[in-house]
Write a protein that binds this ligand. Structure first.
Ligand code: CAA
Ligand code: NAD
Length: 306
């Protein structure tokens, strides 16, 4: 299936909604804004919660831009249909700085910083505040789903929904089964994934799930190669694009993911597996310390124009 048919499927599914009609996304950054966008495109009512108004404004701008990109692809040159598509989806999105405003939802997806204690604190709060039927899910890249949900009561209504960046374009959704997830919750997650145009795969609660277990060592080895000065970053990127057909080289992708997130993922993987391939990489630590987080901060391995 090509990119366009995924976008079209997500759009046409707005007329045949499944059980999930209202979605809250906590964390409106790179991933949260994309998740909110695809749910709104599919006809669902969405609330985005983030810490500050200015972060929500940034999320809103990015969603409007990306909705327009999608609308142009679906409706080609039909300006009226493009505008309706964008306005319809945007009208279904609300934003708030208070998590309390988002708790009345069928599904709440967390997309905040990749830190276990911060995620646990949020889920413990959501578990207390959300209605009985609400399903809670984490978009964590690498942290154990069982560990994130350790303090909640509704372990049967909790799991992982791992999206890929950029969310409106990448077709995969990893559905992660924690040890106590119910069959009904799992099926609802799979159905919801389909309703927003994604192809779902299922994975156990294992470090890095499928994609990051494979991508993590690749990124780490590329960073070490760069650190040793074996080749220039540009040449390593070019090599992997031209030799292996990857759309981005490892550094373009690491900058795109966010170097802070990349560092956090490798740290979690090291702790969970003990595999030295995930050991700290000084050049990555230094860049993160200097606030060079990749595209989102304007500089990472490469520099970006604002
Ligand atoms: N929203 C909507 N549309 C978007 C978009 C977005 N956020 N980003 C890109 N697009 C669209 C563009 O409009 C463009 O559309 P047309 O083909 O109609 O022109 C199309 O996608 C391609 O974009 P660009 O021309 O800007 O650039 P590109 O051809 O280089 O593609 C890319 C960009 C899709 C990001 C591509 O480079 C790619 O697939 N990169 C690899 C991304 C990847 O590996 N993601 C997974 C990372 S791992 C992860 O996410 C998990 C984790 O836990 C860290
Ligand atoms: P990001 O830094 O772009 O966004 C995180 C957002 O969460 C920020 O806007 C921040 O203000 C907000 N936030 C932090 N704590 C919060 C709280 N307690 N309540 C409300 N909002 C809060 O990060 P991101 O790249 O979107 O990553 C978010 C999650 O998604 C992480 O767990 C990450 O591992 C995962 N993930 C990232 C990618 C990627 O490529 N970047 C891919 C898949 C999954």
């Amino acid at each position: 299936m090509n990119k366009l048919s995924v976008l079209t499927r997500a759009f046409s599914s707005s007329s045949s909604l499944n059980a999930v009609k209202t979605v809250t996304v906590v964390g409106g950054g790179l991933m949260g804004s994309g998740i909110a966008q695809v749910a709104a495109q599919a006809g669902q009512n969405v609330t985005i919660v983030d810490l500050k108004l200015e972060l929500l404004e940034k999320a809103w701008t990015s969603i409007e831009q990306n909705l327009t990109r999608v609308a142009k692809k679906v409706h080609k040159d039909d300006a009226a249909k493009i505008e309706t598509f964008v306005q319809d989806a945007a009208s279904r999105i609300k934003v708030s700085t208070k998590v309390e405003d988002g708790v009345n939802a069928d599904l709440i997806i967390e997309a905040i910083v990749e830190k276990l204690d911060v995620k646990q604190e949020l889920f413990n709060k959501l578990d207390l505040l959300a209605p009985e039927h609400t399903i809670l899910a984490s978009n964590t890249s690498s942290i154990s789903i069982n560990a994130i949900g350790a303090g909640i009561k509704r372990k049967d209504r909790f799991g992982g929904l791992h999206f890929f960046n950029p969310v409106p374009i990448m077709r995969l959704l990893e559905v992660i089964k924690g040890d106590q997830i119910s069959e009904q919750t799992y099926q609802t997650m799979m159905e919801w994934g389909k309703s927003i145009g994604k192809t779902c795969i299922t994975c156990k609660d294992t470090p890095g799930f499928v994609v990051n277990r494979l991508l993590g060592p690749y990124s780490a080895e590329a960073l070490r190669m760069y650190e040793r000065g074996d080749a220039k970053a540009e040449d390593i990127d070019l090599a992997m694009k031209l030799a292996c057909g990857y759309p981005m080289g490892p550094f373009e992708l690491a900058d795109y993911t966010g170097l802070d997130t990349k560092k956090a993922i490798l740290g979690v993987m090291l702790e969970a597996t003990g595999d030295p391939v995930f050991r700290p990489i000084p050049v990555l630590d230094r860049l993160v310390e200097e606030g060079k987080l990749g595209r989102k901060s304007g500089e990472g391995i490469y520099k970006y124009e604002k």
